[in-house]
Write a protein that binds this ligand. Structure first.
Ligand SMILES: [Mn+2]
Length: 325
């Protein structure tokens, strides 16, 4: 194993999975610096052979000492630039969470039974493996920590402290810390406020009523909705499709952006639906089978209305066609 190597820094994703990976790695490696990153800022950080990287979405930074990942799309990106991922020092495995990858690696040599309940919950959360809306809404210790982090993705001081707390204590004790509870409650209160708002803009997509359409085109400044709250109003929904007008310097334009994801669905439906494929077929974007995004430009309001209607109709038709296979 690589614990004899001196790793000085760790770069991880700024979410619960990323924080958990940092905590578990900190048990074995003594980092001087822990940094948090996402797709927007990860290229600005420095990586070298003394850096460990965990749970970074993409693109994977090649220069690092050790790499833990569960974003399989990174393999394709590396292939595209001629790099065989098996030649790199690290592990990428198709697991629901990255902490699962880290846990499985270290538990080959160490007894990590105490971490199992936390890792199991992380699989649910990061892999979005909830049975239904109520299962997703259920408050658990891991979700409380997750919500506390989600209150402010930029509070790296808080996340750094969580890393130490989770390294040294059971996660159920960390979830009971007063400031963690307070932040989580604040986050949930803000979410609860969104429920009636989402109820006003959500409707079944004509032609494929299992898709819940969140039509934000007419809203001047729509908040970043938690789209899964749409299932509060439509528990039978299988997917949420958000359509919004793109903003430029605070002004609404005629350009449209779309995002779509699968919700609480059976494995059978999951194996049939490919939303990334829909976006590519429409030639407006790309993404994964379970979640994807797209955008298109329009010169006038008329064109915007016409194109939007066409795209929504096509998505309904493709949904039905994929389901029928
Ligand atoms: Mn992850």
């Amino acid at each position: 194993m690589s614990e004899s190597i001196e790793y000085k820094s760790l770069v991880t994703h700024f979410d619960l999975d990323g924080v958990a990976c940092a905590a578990l790695c900190s048990l074995f490696w003594d980092f001087e610096r822990i940094s948090f990153a996402g797709p927007s800022n990860m290229h600005r950080l420095s990586y070298d052979l003394e850096t460990v990287v965990t749970d970074l979405p993409h693109p994977y930074p090649r220069e690092c000492g050790f790499w833990f990942d569960h974003h399989m799309a990174n393999i394709g990106e590396l292939q595209a630039i001629g790099v065989d991922h098996t030649t790199l020092t690290g592990i990428i495995e198709e697991k629901p969470s990255c902490i699962r990858v880290v846990h499985d690696y270290f538990s080959k040599e160490y007894e990590l039974d105490e971490w199992k309940p936390f890792v199991d919950e992380l699989d649910l959360i990061d892999g979005f493996l909830f049975r239904d809306f109520n299962h997703w809404m259920e408050i658990t210790p891991a979700k409380t920590i997750d919500h506390a982090i989600k209150l402010d993705y930029n509070d790296f001081t808080f996340m750094r402290r969580l890393v130490t707390e989770l390294r040294d204590n059971d996660f159920t004790d960390v979830a009971a810390l007063p400031d963690v509870v307070k932040k989580a409650e604040q986050f949930r209160a803000a979410q609860a406020e969104q429920i009636p708002l989402i109820g006003k803009v959500a409707k079944p997509l004509p032609g494929a009523e299992e898709i819940i359409l969140l039509d934000l085109r007419e809203l001047k400044n729509p908040p970043n909705f938690e789209k899964n709250l749409a299932y509060y109003h439509f528990p039978e929904g299988k997917s949420v499709l958000t359509i919004r007008s793109m903003m430029e310097r605070g002004v609404k334009t005629n350009n449209i952006s779309l995002s779509m994801s699968l919700g609480f669905v059976s494995d059978e439906l999951k194996s049939k639906i490919n939303i990334g494929e829909m976006m590519r077929t429409l030639n407006i974007g790309s993404g994964h089978p379970g979640a994807a995004a797209g955008r298109f430009e329009c010169k006038s309001k008329d064109e915007r209305e016409r194109k939007s209607a066409e795209v929504l109709q096509s998505i309904a038709a493709m949904w039905n066609a994929q389901k029928a296979i």
